[in-house]
Design a protein around this ligand. Structure first.
Ligand code: NAP
Length: 255
């Protein structure tokens, strides 16, 4: 299916690996120009040529999305380089040490506030864009009550993010900006968190796989294709949705 993204201009946070990198590849493969970011410059340099090889413009900057001024500068520079913004995919999460005294405030910054700031910074550009859409990457942790203790703060913030997506969908509809969320279940890729679990605690990995009705973890591309669809005009009547992609892990109908 041609998603109608040729010539679209997309910002994707955290595009150097994992789900963010797969989203960049999916959008670039559909002909969208990409501006992405990550903290590590080497990681970005390793992927940017791959996006360009798909025939599109691709830019990357190394900074921490939790620094408001750095985020603001990146959005402005990216809009200038791409000639505008039509799509924003807010994908970053950062693993926070639960033993840290600042676990809760750090998780608040990482899994909630930086998304709020990105939305605020992007809206003036999206208003002038074509078929404008935002996609926020949440997690099924938002609806689970049996999370491991180290994910307590993460689950609460992801739940807040899903709520905000619903509110923003209504607030931004008059500006013709659609806003949706994706809530992935466990996703495995080389160098990712579940890859480390697979090597260090294979029983825990197998338990996680067994929780899903499909009996396995997901692949980044299985999240990215849905993100590209939600970012595209092919989903023009979809806003305020939270698409659960977890292989049937959460055992409730998704009303
Ligand atoms: N993987 C899963 O099982 C899973 C399940 C449910 C939901 N999710 C959600 O899916 C999203 C992506 O997850 P993932 O597993 O692909 O993540 P990941 O492996 O941690 O990759 C995150 C990407 O974001 C960048 N990044 C991390 N912290 C950053 C920061 N503070 N500032 C700028 N860039 C930063 C990383 O590069 P640097 O490290 O170089 O900064 C990397 O490019 C997250 O929102 C996560 O909560 C993932």
């Amino acid at each position: 299916m041609d998603l109608g993204l040729k010539g679209a201009r997309a910002l994707v946070t955290g595009g150097s690996r994992g789900i963010g990198a797969a989203i960049c590849r999916a959008l670039a493969g559909e002909g969208a120009a990409i501006a992405t970011c990550a903290r590590g410059e080497d990681g970005l340099n390793a992927v940017l040529d791959g996006y360009r090889a798909l025939g599109v413009e691709a830019h990357g900057e190394a900074f921490d999305v939790r620094e408001p001024e750095a985020l603001e500068g990146w959005v402005a520079r990216s809009a200038e380089k791409l000639g505008g913004i039509d799509i924003v995919v807010s994908n970053v999460s950062t693993r926070i040490d639960p033993a840290s005294a600042d676990w809760w405030p750090d998780t608040f910054e990482t899994d909630l506030m930086q998304h709020v700031r990105l939305k605020t910074l992007a809206v003036p550009h999206l208003e002038r864009g074509n078929d404008a859409a935002m996609v926020f990457i949440a997690s099924i942790a938002s609806v689970m009550t049996t999370l491991p203790p180290h994910e307590e703060a993460y689950g609460a913030m992801k739940a807040g993010l899903v709520n905000l997506v619903g509110q923003w969908a209504v607030m931004l509809a008059p500006k013709a900006i659609r806003v949706n969320a994706i809530s992935p279940g466990p996703v495995d890729f080389e160098g990712g968190w579940w890859d480390q679990v697979k090597k260090a605690q294979p029983e825990m990995y197998q338990r996680a796989a067994g929780l899903a009705a499909l009996g396995r973890l997901g692949a980044p591309e299985e999240i990215a294709d849905a993100a590209a669809f939600l970012a595209s005009p092919k989903s023009s009547f979809t806003t305020g949705a939270n698409l659960r992609i977890d292989g049937g892990l959460v055992k409730t109908p998704n009303f």
